[in-house]
Design a protein. Structure first.
Length: 94
């Protein structure tokens, strides 16, 4: 028995015919990668949480912060309604 020759993998480098731009047209990149700090956060839960809080605090868009608080408030009220919490304790009796 002789040695078996393994088939060598061939490389296929496709170049689009009509693409005249810079870089790879098939490179997948997120839209907001350049603006986010939490893309490659430090390892561990504490590092990720600190990076997310830092990004949230340094956000210049105040409308987004207000929107987050409104959505959180609505979700809390919906949760209280679902569990049957009595909201009348917050209002004075007349």
């Amino acid at each position: 028995m002789g040695l078996m020759k393994l088939k060598k993998n061939r490389r296929y480098s496709y170049k689009p015919r009509y693409y005249k731009g810079d870089g790879n047209p098939y490179e997948l990149k997120h839209k907001f990668d350049a603006h986010r700090k939490t893309i490659n956060p430090p390892k561990g839960i504490k590092g990720k949480l600190n990076a997310a809080l830092d990004e949230y605090q340094n956000n210049r868009d105040e409308k987004v912060n207000k929107r987050v608080f409104v959505i959180a408030g609505i979700l809390i009220l919906l949760f209280l309604f679902l569990i049957g919490f009595d909201l009348s304790i917050f209002f004075p009796n007349r």
